[in-house]
Design a protein. Structure first.
Lengths: 155, 322
């Protein structure tokens, strides 16, 4: 016959595997299993409260403020002088290289978080540490390459 | 029924914090900046040292005409302030100020992940505003905002990952629970990187190139008036609250203090966050604005390598001690 307390613990935390992953944070009980959907539904509720707040503010503002449009007032302000040419002007966008760099590095870095929660488990020994240096090495080489290519210096 | 009441109360408190704390920081900024510059700051509104100045500002904003330029992309233009503001409200929900379930809006199990992801959405508001304004300077400002997020999100992410490694969890209360005092020197580089990157994401001086008033008027917010402009300002100060709260929770041990965490732990969190907010204001008065190329260079050639080094240090120390 199984130990009744152990059964109770498993029932409370959803399953043994999630309990192991949650570690010793003290928040295992209601964070996992049912708590997972509960916490995000509260986030959703707060988002609804926020949307309501903005809607009420804009609605009340409509009642409070004057509306006296004139063609001059509705002209794009820019810097105070009447605008010349189109607002969606062509400019040189230097940032696209940074955008590429960001996408590459950020997608890599996302994988750090799940790894970070388990890497110090003694059962892995030094394996995870070596993995980390391989990972950091990739990022560093990528950054060095970008630097060498002159991407990080302003043109 | 009791559960629903509990949730409603929590939402109410988070919402109240969201509406009041940014104003307190704004008023403090008025006063601190004034005194640092040898002025008095607001003294009239409300009587006592101009405490009601921001309330008066709010009343003024609500009464101003809402101008949407004819050339603008109307719907996007009107929606942008809400997109810029609401992410910070959601982030506040997940920041714990004391130990246990009672002192956090809602424990989100993937805390760091959730917080960083949602904070990134706020920049979308500035980008929408910059594009929809149909104004050359706003467009430049919007692009600069986006570029700044791209540059500084990465070091911020890496610094946060370092703390997650140290604590072995991504839950925010879990991280503070695992905190020991010697984490402060251990994670100090990560803390600095996180704080600086956060400042840059909020476009606070000295990282205010996207709204540089002497150069591109007010960047993405040039065409805005009245309430919508006020919401952008509120977003900036709510952002300061969130950044200081997160830095406190991740790097400064949240509710841990020299005399134990019991009872008055939440006071420690608020105190540490308030000191950080003061530093944010202090930096604004002290440093000149960084040029756009200097901004990008600082992130890619200094903050990213530093945060990578911090991860290496965290990994080695953690494996050695466990």
């Amino acid at each position: 016959m199984p130990d009744p307390t152990a059964v109770a613990v498993v029932a409370e935390t959803g399953s043994a595997s999630t309990a192991a992953y949650a570690g010793n944070t003290g928040y295992t009980g209601n964070v996992f299993a049912a708590g997972y959907f509960h916490s995000y539904s509260v986030v959703g509720l707060l988002a609804a409260v926020g949307v309501l707040f903005v809607a009420v503010a804009f609605g009340a503002g409509r009642l409070l403020r004057p509306v006296v449009p004139t063609p001059e007032k509705l002209l794009t302000y820019e810097c105070g002088v009447d605008p010349v040419g189109e607002g969606w002007a062509h400019t040189q966008v230097r940032y696209y290289v940074y955008a590429f760099l960001y996408v590459i590095f950020a997608v890599d870095s996302i994988f750090l978080f799940p790894w970070a929660t388990v890497f110090a488990d003694p059962r892995y020994g030094a394996t995870t540490l070596v993995e980390m240096f391989v990972f950091l090495g990739f990022l560093a080489v990528g950054l060095l390459y970008a630097y060498k290519k002159g991407v990080l210096t302003w043109t | 029924m009791n559960g629903a009441l509990d949730v409603a109360l929590r939402l109410l408190v988070v919402f109240a914090v969201f509406l009041t704390f940014p104003l307190i920081i704004g008023q403090t900024e008025h006063k601190v900046m004034a005194h640092m510059q040898g002025r008095l700051g607001p003294m009239y509104a409300g009587g006592f040292h101009g405490w009601a100045q921001l309330v008066a500002d709010g009343v003024k904003f609500a009464q101003k005409e809402d101008v949407v330029p004819t050339g603008a992309d109307r719907r996007i233009f009107q929606l942008a302030p809400a997109v810029a503001l609401l992410p910070y409200l959601l982030v506040l929900l997940a920041i714990p100020i004391g130990p246990g379930q009672g002192a956090v809006g809602q424990v989100v199990d993937a805390g760091i992940f959730f917080v960083l992801a949602v904070m990134g959405v706020g920049v979308l508001g500035s980008l929408m505003a910059g594009w929809a304004s149909a104004n050359k300077f706003s467009l430049l400002g919007g692009l600069r905002t986006a570029a700044q997020l791209l540059a500084y999100e990465l070091p911020m992410l890496l610094a946060a990952a370092s703390v997650a490694m140290a604590a072995g969890t991504v839950s925010l209360p879990g991280i503070v629970d695992a905190f020991k005092w010697w984490w402060v020197p251990w994670q100090i580089v990560g803390a600095l990187v996180f704080f600086v990157a956060g400042l840059a994401e909020l476009q606070r001086p000295p990282f205010d190139m996207p709204v540089a008033d002497s150069e591109i008027i007010f960047g993405a917010y040039t065409e805005y008036t009245g309430l919508r402009f006020a919401l952008f300002l509120l977003a900036e100060y709510a952002g300061i609250v969130v950044l200081c709260g997160l830095t406190t929770v991740l790097f400064l041990g949240g509710w841990h203090g020299p005399w134990g965490a019991d009872g008055l732990g939440w006071l420690w969190t608020l105190l540490k966050a308030a000191v950080l907010a003061f530093v944010v204001i202090w930096l604004r008065v002290t440093y000149p604005r960084l040029r756009e190329d200097q901004l990008q260079k600082l992130s890619w050639t200094l903050l990213v390598p530093l945060s990578l080094a911090q991860i290496a240090l965290t990994g080695i120390v953690k494996v050695v001690i466990s």
